[in-house]
Design a protein around this ligand. Structure first.
Ligand code: NAD
Length: 297
């Protein structure tokens, strides 16, 4: 589904996403507070708007890809809802707290708009390749249109439920991912101490009940999975700082909902420690080196 798209926030993720909408035939009007980010979007075929208000003024679709809840709340309350045509479909793809997603959805609905929270799984490479997985919180009757809009940027678009459900799915998934990566790293660190060869442990665990995505697709031990960031000195991939952000969101949501998530809390503490030691810019599987006591590598 192409048309006139206003794309707000063309940073690391938004740039590739906007470029894929251009490739699919949409007219994309981009806005970003960073002139450098906006210039890259223009190179990718977008037109540059001078403000959010200008970008959304004649949009059929508004897509936002912003850092956090406060940015999304401000952009919608102060600019999008006041300036976009009422028929425009509003989709926020940022990872934000569930309460902010629900608050923005309620404001949008009160103003007569259709709105979805649609955070993504997959990093910058998936954004560039158009292979993100979207988890969508929206009214059931709006989902088909939302799915069509997201298709050029997606390998999967799944409706999680009503407003906020996309963000809930995202933080539950990433809490599970953080915990499973720490468990995988701990097992490799223990295997090493016990004199077990890392590659041999991988071969056994990947065919045994310890098998999981963190082991077989994203192995923190360099060698067994050539595409994993562990083979590139943990460069790129999914940054520790972003994993920490998502674990914090999960803990905040758990506290508000009265859920007991002791492993999620432990994962947040360990990633906060790793980030505090100056490793926020490394892939999150680099936490293996903390457990091995080898932070110099
Ligand atoms: P980023 O910081 O590279 O991009 C965000 C952009 O928003 C920046 O260019 C910034 O200038 C712009 N911005 C901030 N406030 C604005 C405003 N008021 N108006 C217009 N533009 C504004 O971040 P990113 O890595 O692209 O991540 C975006 C979102 O996607 C985050 O919520 C993040 O958690 C989530 N996410 C990121 C990844 C990843 O691997 N980078 C993966 C999944 C989800």
């Amino acid at each position: 589904m192409s048309g006139r798209i206003a794309f707000i926030g063309v940073g690391n993720m938004g740039l590739g996403m906007a470029a894929n909408q251009v490739k699919a035939g949409a007219q994309v009007s981009a806005f970003d507070l960073s002139p450098a980010a906006l210039a890259k979007a223009v190179e990718a075929g977008c037109s540059a708007a001078g403000s959010v208000a200008q970008a959304v003024a004649d949009a059929d679709i508004v897509i936002t890809m912003l850092p956090a809840g406060q940015h999304v709340r401000a952009v919608y309350a102060e600019q999008v809802l006041a300036n976009a045509p009422k028929a425009a479909l509003l989709i926020d793809c940022s990872t934000i707290d569930v309460d902010s997603a629900r608050a923005v959805a309620a404001q949008a609905a009160a103003a007569g708009f259709r709105f979805a929270d649609a955070p993504v799984s997959g990093g910058i490479m998936a954004a560039d390749a158009g292979t993100l997985a979207f988890m969508v919180g929206c009214r059931e009757q709006d989902f088909a249109d939302i799915e069509a809009v997201l298709a050029p940027m997606a390998r999967a678009v799944i409706r999680a439920g009503e407003a906020g459900a996309g963000q809930a799915a995202k933080i539950c998934n990433n809490m599970l991912l953080g915990i499973s990566m720490l468990g995988t790293c701990e097992a490799f660190a223990l295997a090493e101490k016990l004199g077990l060869d890392g590659e041999r442990f991988f071969e056994i665990a990947s065919k045994s009940s310890g098998q999981c995505w963190s082991l077989t697709t994203y192995c923190p031990w360099p060698g067994p999975v050539p595409t994993a960031p562990s083979n590139r000195d943990y460069e790129g991939g999914f940054l520790t700082a972003l994993m920490l952000k998502d674990l914090k969101l999960a803990q905040e949501a758990a506290a508000k909902a009265g859920a007991t998530t002791p492993l999620g809390a432990q994962a947040e503490a360990l990633y906060a420690l790793f980030d505090g030691l100056g490793h926020g810019g490394r892939d999150f599987s680099a936490v293996l080196q903390l457990m091995r006591g080898r932070l110099d590598t």
